[in-house]
Write a protein that binds this ligand. Structure first.
Ligand code: GDP
Ligand code: GDP
Length: 437
């Protein structure tokens, strides 16, 4: 299911990123604590009144450096208009309405998207009447906010949530594997997709009446249904799309959200890029199955060690995702492209795998017997029992005497033992500890 997107726009220094951090709360900090995962502060998941949404700070996007401020803001607004379900327009209540605010307002009005106007930096009640000035921008009820103090942000979130689109129904049936192909511009996403669609035994379904989203491509291969998510989006070329690499991360975010399996496409000729890590990190955190495809393998100067070296490099750079299989392709010559769908199917099965409680507990028992949790200040953690509570990704709850006594490194050990016993190739797994009463 797609999460709705809320985009924050506004001039520099009005307090967009302060508001963003305020709304995103502690989540960002938690995410950054995880080793090996770098993450920009431009997007996060927010939630309020039981509704989840993606929050994007368009101010954090890097557009072309040469651009004037006004050009920069225009691009942000363009992006927000294109991608967001709700736009959060931030202005500076102390400065009053500026010409730039007016220009942004005009753009936003043309879009017909819901706009929430947050008048920021009104730190004291006595400043609140400053909001009246902002009625001239033509939006419903400007909301007085102090991002620094956190006042008014609840009202902003109420307004945002009120304008979110209705929850979407599940689009495809349970057995259909939803796949997205994600990667930097020019890595070969559309070439690979076209090659897959052109394969001999792949049957591309005519766009079914039930599929509202014509940008997806349903197909069948060896009796398995797949749908390629957002195949149109990956071909899309526009000004904004080209002007920022970071932008394709935003695009990717939505596709990842709707997928079971994410194919992370890496350019074999150019090597691993920072952006590849970001995308892979998002897929990992979202709990999606992942397959690394190193494309353009035909264009690489090779000896008999090249593939192994590349493999090692991927393992080094994506050390938190050792579970993901790697395949080397050429979308140009078709080399190994036929292996992609079968691998997708394999990791999708692992992603949806369910382990019975009795078998799970046998493995946990063996693991804790051979290596018990180290004792902490004379006390030892004890795992009473565990159970799998979810699939996609496989998620386990372990009941323990005291969660504090089971350190991260021991959880890693348990994860490895579970992988050793059950495979889980291509899928992240999650382990939660609960204190047993
Ligand atoms: P952005 O460029 O729009 O992302 O703005 P920032 O979030 O970086 O904030 C710009 C400046 O305004 C920083 O010095 C913030 O501390 C300050 N600021 C942000 N929100 C508030 C607020 O609610 N009240 C006051 N007094 N200052 C704020
Ligand atoms: P996208 O932006 O990721 O969708 O990339 P495209 O599929 O549009 O490909 C970008 C360029 O790379 C095009 O010129 C392709 O012909 C070329 N290309 C794609 N795959 C391969 C490949 O496997 N080998 C080589 N040599 N070129 C490729």
């Amino acid at each position: 299911m797609t999460l709705p997107v809320v985009a924050i726009v506004g001039r520099p220094n009005v307090g967009k990123s302060t508001l963003f951090n305020r709304i995103a709360g502690e989540r960002i900090a938690i995410v950054e604590d995880k080793p090996g995962i770098t993450r920009d502060r431009i997007y996060s998941k927010g939630d309020w009144s039981g509704r989840d949404f993606h929050l994007i700070d368009t101010g954090g996007l890097e557009f072309d450096q040469k651009d004037e401020v006004i050009q920069h803001i225009r691009q942000q607004a363009e992006l927000a208009v294109e991608e967001a379900d709700v736009i959060l327009f931030v202005v500076d209540g102390r400065e009053g309405v500026t010409a730039t605010d007016q220009e942004v307002a005009r753009m936003l009005h043309r879009s017909n998207k819901p706009v929430i106007l947050a008048v920021n930096k009104l730190d004291h009640i006595k400043h609140h009447e400053e909001v009246y000035d902002f009625y001239q921008l033509g939006f419903d009820e400007p909301i007085a906010v102090s991002s620094i103090h956190g006042t008014g942000t609840g009202d902003v979130l109420d307004a945002v949530v009120n304008h979110l689109p209705d929850r979407e129904e599940e689009e495809y049936d349970e057995d259909t594997i939803r796949v997205s192909v994600i990667g930097r511009p020019n890595v070969g996403k559309s070439s690979l997709v076209n090659k897959i669609l052109g394969e001999e035994r792949v049957i591309v379904s005519p766009v079914a009446g039930t599929t509202r989203d014509a940008i997806d491509t349903p197909l069948q291969h060896q009796d398995q249904d797949y749908v390629l998510i957002d195949t149109a989006g990956m071909r899309k070329r526009g000004k904004v799309y080209e002007s920022t690499e970071k932008y394709s991360v935003l695009r990717a975010l939505k596709a990842i959200e709707r997928s079971d399996v994410v194919i992370v496409l890496i350019d074999g000729a150019r090597g691993i890029a920072e952006q590849d890590k970001r995308i892979a990190g998002v897929a990992h955190e979202a709990g999606r199955a992942v397959l690394f495809v190193v494309n353009k393998w035909d264009a690489v100067d090779k000896d008999d060690q090249t593939m192994n070296r590349f493999r090692r490099e991927i393992r080094d750079h994506f050390s938190f995702m050792n579970y993901a299989p790697i395949v080397f392709t050429s979308a140009l010559t078709g080399q190994r492209v036929h292996r992609v769908l079968p691998l997708v199917k394999e990791v999708a099965e692992q992603h949806a795998m369910r382990i019975s409680t009795s078998v799970l507990n046998q493995v946990l028992q063996d693991a804790t017997m051979s290596t018990p949790p180290p004792s902490v200040k004379g006390r030892r953690g004890k795992i009473q029992y565990g159970t799998q509570v979810a699939v996609k990704p496989p998620t386990f709850v372990l009941f323990v005497n005291d969660p504090e006594l089971i350190h991260f490194s021991y959880q890693r050990y348990l994860e490895n033992e579970l992988r050793e016993a059950f495979g889980f190739e291509g899928t992240p797994i999650r382990i939660y500890l609960r204190k047993r009463k």
